[in-house]
Design a protein around this ligand. Structure first.
Ligand SMILES: NC(=O)C1=CN([C@@H]2O[C@H](COP(=O)(O)OP(=O)(O)OC[C@H]3O[C@@H](n4cnc5c(N)ncnc54)[C@H](O)[C@@H]3O)[C@@H](O)[C@H]2O)C=CC1
Ligand SMILES: O=C(O)C(=O)COP(=O)(O)O
Length: 411
């Protein structure tokens, strides 16, 4: 266990939104004892209060870490998104504050893909309506409107980690798979590029959305796109609530243009399980509504807890930023026998020279130096065999260099 510039017992780890116990276990095993856990997203005033004392924060998709939240988080040095999406975090503000953000890009993808496959069959068979009728004492034994998925066309919008897995599973059930993506993607199996979003919408019996939340995907499925879908087709959205115009979707369903939908994500979602949920889709028997649980399986949450906590511990103990989503990536070896100085600065000419001057002026030899920059940010890591007092003084001098955003020493 490597000590850091202040005792690990003083490093506050804040874990929100019911992040898996696995994560807390990994922090504890690495010597972190000040771990505060909450099973829901916090209301803004409480979030800001908690952030003031946190050095590391872990969130899921619900907590907004915007510029106002970050302004409160004066001690924060790392953020973990214990999920895939990082749209809830102001990545640029975090970066300019010298705070790397880590996420779990794969761990829950299978869970989402399995749900989409299950829902595709449920929708094509009209199972939710039939189940609702039975619960109400009805009995409508009929094949009308019920179809096998075999031989039908599945259109995947966003052919990334989730979209590709959905495609492979759908083909195993005999479906034709087409996809649309803004990047050139290797088609798996017999999947075919649709040519355009419009072409995909016109050709698919089921359309499933797997794009991230970006300015380009905001309301990418609105009235015009829904109108292009085949009459009687189905729409699934387990991506982000902002991707679909929910009123337009409700209208297309009410008019019978679409036969059904499965929606897991919403433009506005409750903060926690105690808050009521409302949506224009509520009350429609042909719509599967789920409370943003695409990635909520015990397997996925366990894997995510382990993956993101390990990345945060590694950064905190060792300085490595491998796979950070907003930061220059550095993979570092151990630093036995030397102190490790982390220096994060605005990328401007001359900073590196000044850092090196600090060391050369004291005659301390540099054992290893690592540097990664992007146009905005520089991250320099220096291993040097100073004594503890010297290290403290060196750190102060490094911190006083113009453009410095953050410094730490790992002993
Ligand atoms: N419902 C839930 O619980 C979960 C939801 N998600 C959501 O699913 C999204 C996708 O996840 P992954 O497949 O792992 O991400 P990914 O990054 O592997 O794939 C996203 C794909 O969308 C494409 N894309 C981006 N902008 C596009 C545009 N404007 N038009 C067409 N394609 C576009 C990308 O090129 C990429 O291939 C996440 O960003 C997240 O928002 C992820 C996990 C769980
Ligand atoms: O991984 C994602 O992006 C998700 O949407 C899952 O979010 P959650 O961790 O379930 O709040």
């Amino acid at each position: 266990m490597s000590p850091t510039s202040f005792p690990k017992s003083d490093i506050r780890v804040l874990l929100l939104e019911g992040i898996s116990e696995t994560a807390a276990g990994i922090f504890a095993d690495a010597g972190y004892s000040d771990i505060r856990r909450f099973d829901k997203a916090l209301p803004v005033p409480e979030l800001h209060r908690e952030l003031r004392e946190a050095h590391i924060v872990g969130i899921r998709s619900r907590t907004r870490l915007d510029a106002a939240a970050m302004a409160e988080a004066r001690k924060l040095f790392a953020i973990g998104a214990f999920c895939i999406g990082t749209n809830q975090i102001d990545l640029a503000t975090a970066k300019h504050a010298g705070i790397p953000v880590f996420n779990a890009p794969y761990s829950n993808t299978r869970s989402v893909a399995e749900l989409v496959i299950a829902e595709s069959i449920m929708l094509m068979r009209g199972i939710v309506q039939k189940s609702a009728q039975c619960h109400r004492g009805g009995w409508s034994k009929s094949a009308a409107g019920s179809h096998e998925v075999r031989g039908k066309t599945l259109g995947i919008v966003g052919y990334g980690h989730i979209g590709t897995q959905v495609g492979v599973m759908a083909e195993a059930m005999g479906m034709h798979v087409i996809y649309h993506d803004i990047e050139t993607k290797l088609a798996l199996g017999n999947a075919r590029h649709a040519g355009s979003l419009d072409a995909l919408l016109a050709a698919s019996d089921i359309v499933t959305l797997h794009v991230p939340e970006t300015p380009a995907t905001r309301l990418m499925i609105g009235e015009a796109q829904l109108a292009r879908m085949k009459p009687g087709a189905h729409l699934l959205n387990a991506s982000r609530g902002t991707v679909v115009d929910i009123d337009a979707l409700a209208d297309a369903l009410a008019r019978g243009h679409l036969a059904g939908a499965a929606v897991d994500v919403f433009p506005v979602e409750p903060e926690g399980n105690a808050e009521a949920f409302a949506s224009p889709l509520c009350g429609m028997d042909n719509v599967i509504l789920t409370p943003h649980i695409g990635g909520s399986t015990l397997e996925a949450q366990d894997n995510i807890g382990a993956e993101v906590a390990a990345k945060l511990v590694r950064y905190s103990d060792n300085g490595s930023t491998l796979s950070a989503v907003n930061f220059p990536e550095v993979t570092l070896p151990g630093h036995q026998g030397s102190h490790r100085f982390l220096h994060i600065h605005r990328n401007a000419p001359g900073v590196l020279m000044k850092i090196n001057e600090v060391f050369s002026s004291t005659g301390i030899n540099i054992d290893g130096q690592y540097l990664r920059t992007d146009p905005e940010l520089g991250y320099v890591v220096i291993d040097a065999a100073s004594d503890r007092d010297q290290a403290g003084r060196l750190r102060e001098r490094l911190a006083s260099i113009d453009g410095t955003l953050r410094t730490r020493v790992l002993y």
